[in-house]
Write a protein of this length. Structure first.
Length: 317
């Protein structure tokens, strides 16, 4: 069965029983971490030649998988944003209470829901054929019942919202942060990514993201925090350093997070690339260093040991 992706774009609202937390600040970086990052210019300079060696090729299946999933999530997010902006500018949001964006048979569809949340109708439908192009969209302005497939997505959507509203929610609520669920269906299992976004354009929100896995009966099988906190990466200034090839940004993954950059990181960086004044993003973990170039959609992963050899950086005791 082909993999299908569904994106449910809903601003998850928390009731008054849930404490509103202040956004956590990025963790302090040691001199060694900053030194690693400054030496990023050496990697940029030798990027083309280094990417051809055996070490880089060893991680290519991993980087290709992360990059592919990140781009798929990004395309669904972009379809949601484009469709919503068109609706707000050209039509009416009066009857709308939410939307669902999903990818099926390579095409991406965004439906705007009206009525009640348990048995809604699709008021508007936007369809983006493959390959995805934000400017190539078909619009249907006729109200219609949800398809059987869309009904199942709406049931899952309601379960996510119910889980988020619990007093002791698994999710952390940050001021000015919205969680956007993205659904990726693999055979009978559905992976649901909850990704942070913000209307504050002064920073890019990374982290505060989650993975929930459901079975074919919409039973929750597992839930995982992809990052352990919210990481604010400013579009300029703090945590962006000048390298030999231009500005770059970075963050660090702890032992509890993925050793590599996550697909949710990639999706968010692609969504925000127009607001960035830097050209690449680096994720450092205890064993690996990931380099992502949003404009070129290139991801390279190397070992931290290899990177230290290449950069000449030495850890300071």
């Amino acid at each position: 069965m082909k993999k299908e992706m569904i994106h449910l774009h809903t601003e998850v609202q928390f009731d008054g029983q849930v404490q509103i937390y202040e956004r956590e600040k990025p963790p302090a970086f040691s001199y060694y971490h900053v030194l690693l990052f400054i030496c990023h210019s050496i990697f940029l300079f030798s990027f083309t030649s280094y990417s051809q060696n055996d070490t880089s090729n060893y991680f290519k299946p991993v980087s290709d998988s992360i990059l592919k999933e990140g781009i798929e999530i990004y395309e669904c997010n972009r379809a949601s944003k484009n469709s919503a902006e068109f609706l707000i500018e050209k039509l009416s949001m009066e009857e709308i209470f939410g939307l669902i964006t999903y990818k099926k048979n390579k095409a991406i569809h965004t439906i705007f829901l009206k009525g009640n949340s348990k048995d809604p109708e699709a008021r508007y439908t936007f369809s983006y054929p493959a390959p995805f192009n934000a400017e190539n969209v078909n619009f249907d302005g006729e109200s219609r019942p949800l398809s059987e497939f869309e009904i199942s997505l709406n049931k899952m959507r309601n379960k996510i919202l119910k889980l988020a509203r619990k007093r002791k929610s698994f999710f952390t609520n940050y001021a000015e942060i919205v969680l956007n669920p993205v659904f990726i269906q693999k055979e009978d299992i559905t992976h649901v990514f909850l990704i942070s976004s913000s209307h504050d354009n002064s920073f890019i929100p990374l982290g505060n993201d989650y993975l929930l896995v459901f079975d074919e009966k919409s039973k929750l099988l597992s839930k995982t925090k992809i990052h352990q906190n919210l990481i604010e990466v400013p579009v300029s200034g703090r945590d962006t350093l000048q390298s030999g090839q231009g500005l770059a940004s970075f963050h660090i993954h702890s032992e509890l997070s993925s050793p590599f950059i996550s697909s949710t990181d990639i999706s968010t960086l692609l969504m925000q690339k127009e607001t960035m004044n830097w050209e690449s993003h680096v994720v450092v973990s205890s064993e690996y260093v990931s380099f992502f170039f949003p404009e070129q959609q290139i991801l390279e992963i190397i070992t931290r040991e290899e990177y230290e050899k290449m950069s000449g950086a030495k850890e300071k005791e």
